[in-house]
Design a protein around this ligand. Structure first.
Ligand SMILES: Nc1ncnc2c1ncn2[C@@H]1O[C@H](COP(=O)(O)OP(=O)(O)O)[C@@H](O)[C@H]1O
Ligand SMILES: [Mg+2]
Length: 282
């Protein structure tokens, strides 16, 4: 396996917070490499530093055998390192076609060739399994659709390393499958992928290796095929999780109830959840 990206001893602080503490991270050519860690572990910071969006104090970044750690965001993009950000910032008043080609519209003389732009937009949308009209407004799309448009846009650049920062957080099952099929076809073209997700099950479907970060530090890199969810959870948490204490079989109904939730529903997707919590008797 040839190494495509090597980040060594990366250090970055936000005032008093050490977001990256000598982090090392490597990605091979054509691999899907998952990057995981609890919220605040430093994953997004590591990727923003890689993409030239954030300054850092120390460390080296070598891409395709060339140092790139002093390059500007634009030059890094030119090298084919493209990131789909966790915080999308789409422009709601643009049509999908305008958004896909903003700043590089196909021209006919001095005017934008709308017809060609629409055709190229349809092709790009098809490549991520989407088929809505290219004159749909970005603001009228769901978060999931915006995410897929963003991925389609990334595909229209020369891409050698695609970074997906928690892409599936807002996606439903069929949309996740679309993202996965895009990842598989990119991989078949030799593109490397850095895949950040907190859904551990996904990693076993899509990744070949997994790097774990915790509190701004590098913890481990594992072959996906030779690890399991328990090991990942242990590495993420940094200590053995206590196995559940076996209940004696019957619930002590006389113990005082300290919390009761009945038929709770919320917009976040929770539906009709009820439970009751009793003080434990020793
Ligand atoms: N712009 C910022 N200003 C100050 N602190 C930040 C900023 N962005 C991230 N942090 C802090 O840096 C740490 C790493 O954050 P982040 O890279 O976003 O983690 P992750 O993506 O793994 O959730 C966290 O402690 C976070 O609070
Ligand atoms: Mg993040």
């Amino acid at each position: 396996m040839n190494t495509l990206l090597s980040m060594q001893n990366m250090e970055k602080s936000y005032e008093s917070v050490k977001a990256l503490d000598k982090v090392c991270f490597e990605v091979a050519e054509g691999e899907v490499h998952a990057l995981i860690g609890a919220n605040g572990a430093g994953k997004s910071t590591l990727m923003k530093v890689l993409c030239g969006e954030l300054e850092f104090e120390n460390g080296t970044i070598v891409f395709d055998s060339e140092p790139i750690h002093r390059l500007k965001a634009h030059d890094i993009r030119e090298k084919g390192i493209i990131m789909i950000r966790q915080e999308l910032c789409v422009i709601p008043v643009l049509t999908v076609a305008q958004y896909l080609f903003v700043g590089r519209e196909p021209m006919k003389g001095h005017i934008i060739d709308d017809k060609r732009m629409a055709e190229q937009a349809v092709e790009l949308l098809n490549s991520v399994g989407m088929s809505f009209a290219p004159d749909t407004l970005m603001g009228d799309l769901s978060m999931a659709e915006q995410q897929l448009v963003e991925i389609a846009k990334a595909l229209s650049y020369k891409v050698r390393l695609l970074i997906l920062d928690e892409p599936t957080t807002a996606l439903g099952e069929s949309e996740v499958e679309r993202v996965f099929s895009v990842i598989r076809s990119l991989k078949a073209r030799g593109v490397s992928i850095i895949y950040i997700s907190h859904r551990l099950d996904e990693l076993f479907t899509i990744s070949e290796r997994i790097t774990v970060m915790r509190d701004g530090r590098y913890i481990a890199t594992l072959d996906t095929a030779s690890t399991d969810k328990n090991e990942l959870v242990r590495l993420l948490a940094g200590h053995e999780l206590k196995t559940e204490r076996k209940m004696s079989g019957t619930v002590d109904v006389h113990a005082p109830e300290i919390l009761r939730i009945e038929n709770l529903s919320a917009e976040s997707g929770v539906k009709n959840v009820s439970f009751s919590l009793r003080r434990e008797r020793f």
